[in-house]
Write a protein that binds this ligand. Structure first.
Ligand SMILES: Nc1ncnc2c1ncn2[C@@H]1O[C@H](COP(=O)(O)OP(=O)(O)OP(=O)(O)O)[C@@H](O)[C@H]1O
Length: 224
């Protein structure tokens, strides 16, 4: 469970999050809202990439302010642009990167990497230069790089924005099949239709918090 208590955040003079009070326990949670409404800032709070100026964020009871490393292990983060996430030259090296920091044995690392490659049919690309993958393959590699770390939660910040229709569907299916809790920030409302819960942000506040049919309809109406 992820909890936010009285969370406020400013960038300079500008209030970006205003008094968020939330308990996130559903398996699929979508986050929508206009540009600049605070969604990405909210997403970055959930794994401690950012700590709130005021208030607390707790991941299974661990405060992101005081337990940053432990929280980072529990909450994976998939960025909009996989190029920001893929750090090593080949697909295999990139997948093994985070695992080396976990001090696993070489055999354990090899096994986890192979399992990850199989999951999204990336096996033939094991030695391929990661930067030469297609956009869809890169996004799946970025997700795989998070999954090998076996987090309990995965936060996605606009993961399908750069993908074509086929890859968007494939990625949506990948999210659908994840055993983990997923919190997904997206402007792609279709992606969120079968989720358990959708939060609608407006100027740093949550103005709707409901099942997708109701929350998305309210959001679409507010944008008309
Ligand atoms: N590091 C930062 N420094 C200063 N201002 C920032 C920073 N990050 C975000 N902001 C500002 O905070 C506000 C909220 O940004 P945020 O990225 O959370 O919005 P968003 O809802 O994700 O928007 P979008 O849909 O456009 O991605 C915006 O006005 C943005 O300019």
């Amino acid at each position: 469970m992820i909890q936010l208590h009285a969370v406020h955040h400013h960038f300079g003079e500008r209030p970006v999050l205003r008094g968020l009070e939330l308990t996130l326990s559903e398996r699929r949670i979508g986050v929508v809202g206009g540009n600049g409404s605070g969604k990405s800032t909210f997403a970055r709070l959930l794994n401690g990439l950012l700590v709130p100026e005021r208030g607390r964020v707790l991941v299974d009871g661990l405060d992101t302010r005081t337990h940053a490393r432990a929280v980072r292990r529990q909450v994976g983060f998939v960025f909009q642009n996989p190029d920001h996430q893929i750090v090593l030259p080949t697909v295999e090296e990139d997948l093994a990167f985070g695992l080396k920091n976990l001090k696993l044995s070489p055999a354990d690392i090899a096994e986890r990497v192979t399992t990850a490659l199989r999951r999204y049919d990336l096996e033939a690309l094991r030695h391929h230069p990661a930067h030469l993958l297609s956009g869809g393959q890169k996004q799946l590699l970025a997700l795989s790089g998070v999954l090998v770390m076996a987090p309990r939660y995965i936060v996605f910040d606009e993961p399908t924005t750069l993908l074509d229709l086929r890859n968007r569907r494939r990625f949506a299916q990948a999210i659908h099949e994840l055993p983990q809790t997923a919190i997904v920030v997206s402007h792609d409302l279709e992606l969120l239709r079968d989720f358990d819960r959708v939060l609608v942000f407006d100027e740093g506040r949550i103005v709707h918090d409901d099942v997708p049919a109701t929350a998305l309809e309210a959001y679409v109406r507010s944008m008309a």
